[in-house]
Design a protein around this ligand. Structure first.
Ligand SMILES: Cc1ncc(COP(=O)(O)O)c(C=O)c1O
Length: 399
């Protein structure tokens, strides 16, 4: 009976987002192909997760090898997969953050960072985040996420959060001794591709020290080479208490991590946190492969070079299309164009031209290309963007 019911219909996916209307059959490097064999240049990369390129060979090799060893093993058992991932991360994590816990998603890692801060600041109830922030969709992560449309209907949240104006140094004085943690993205991604200034980041760290609040740096989107540095906060010489990473660290495999100081790690209590899949051996193998790719292909410097090209192409487009483009946004390979209208139509049009993109904030057309895009890819992409915006500009009233 059950058999026949199931065979008659498929269950439906809950569509929190409207489908893009293409059916993808495969992907490689910077490209994806649909089932008709049409190729797309991928500047969406699964919300930035495939920054190392689709099917990165280092990641694929590590995953293949791990599939023949063991695929389920919580990290309370020792294994080669665990040792390899830990020693790989030792090559790229900031030296003062030599302790990690693995989770499955960026939101979960943010959740753990907030939990650590709450408990270790003697249960301070307040957190500080910034206008435009995005840290994820679980309750803790959502509490420090600014966008009202994501929050509405889900209150009350586990933290009372002050959203201070991003990049306003003066407002950092408002972080008081009742604050457990301040959380910041070095470059805001989802909120609109706004980089934090170095002075702002340094003053935030100073103020957190002064009041005994944790400084959590969320590099889920900006980290792992995307901005031309392994971790973008390094440009301000920050020493956060907690670093959160995800998206590209495992070449797009669902894995995230929280890295903390010895001081925090030494006070962890038996059983106070855990995760069934966090630190799964496949995820660990993916991280090992991800770090190998990052180092052996010098991903940060390639990302920097590609970013310079794309940035100059976007600047040209902005100067030629002032009636539709307000400004160029972002840093490294987190770039975009702030439009004078909602970018949905531009995203659809670019897709029909063969370029996949996404949105940030309400008006930013966002590009999250993989580090391995070539100068020819950039030239082709900017031609599509220019063509698309010019034609949209001629069909829209300016304003
Ligand atoms: C800065 C930042 N933090 C956290 C998250 C949440 O990550 P996830 O979607 O893997 O839960 C994201 C996702 O876009 C992000 O950009």
């Amino acid at each position: 009976m059950l058999q026949s019911v199931l065979s008659e219909r498929m269950v439906r996916l809950i569509r929190f987002f409207a489908p893009r209307g293409i059916r993808v059959s495969r992907a490689m490097g910077q490209y994806v192909w649909d089932t008709d064999g049409r190729r797309y240049l991928d500047f969406h990369t699964g919300n930035g997760a495939a920054f190392l390129g689709h099917l990165n060979p280092h990641v694929v090799r590590r995953l293949r090898e791990q599939l023949d060893r063991v695929t389920v093993l919580p990290p309370l058992y020792d294994s080669d997969a665990l040792d390899e991932a830990l020693s790989a991360l030792g090559r790229v994590l900031p030296p003062h953050l030599g302790n990690v816990f693995f989770q499955n998603s960026g939101s979960e890692a943010v959740e753990l960072a907030l939990k650590l801060a709450r408990k270790r600041t003697r249960r301070r109830r307040k957190a500080v985040a910034f206008t435009g922030s995005f840290h994820g969709r679980t309750f803790g992560a959502l509490s420090v996420t600014f966008n009202r449309s994501y929050r509405e209907g889900y209150e009350p949240f586990p933290f009372e959060v002050d959203f201070l104006p991003f990049n306003s140094i003066d407002d950092l004085r408002r972080i008081g001794e009742d604050v457990a943690a301040a959380i910041v993205e070095p470059v805001q991604g989802e909120g609109g591709l706004t980089p934090a200034t170095e002075e702002f980041l340094r003053e935030l760290e100073r103020r957190c020290r002064e009041v005994g609040a944790y400084l959590i740096v969320d590099e889920v989107q900006s980290g792992f080479g995307r901005t031309g540095l392994v971790w973008d906060h390094m440009r301000a010489n920050l020493r956060p208490d907690v670093l959160v990473a995800g998206k590209s660290i495992g070449g797009g495999f669902p894995v995230s991590l929280v890295a903390v100081t010895d001081e925090i790690a030494s006070r962890v209590e038996d059983g106070e946190h855990g995760s069934t899949h966090g630190g799964n051996p496949l995820a660990l193998a993916a991280v090992t492969g991800g770090v190998e790719a990052l180092i052996s292909d010098d991903v940060p410097s390639k990302a920097r070079a590609a970013a310079e090209l794309l940035m100059s192409g976007l600047r040209e487009i902005a100067s030629e299309n002032g009636q539709v483009v307000r400004s160029v946004k972002g840093r490294g390979l987190m770039l975009g164009l702030e439009l004078r209208f909602n970018p949905a139509q531009a995203i659809r049009d670019l897709q029909t031209r063969g370029l996949l993109a996404l949105r940030a904030g309400t008006t930013v057309l966002r590009f999250l290309p993989p580090y391995l895009i070539t100068p020819e890819d950039v030239e082709w992409a900017t031609a599509q963007i220019s063509g698309s915006l010019t034609s949209l500009g001629s069909s829209k009233p300016s304003g």
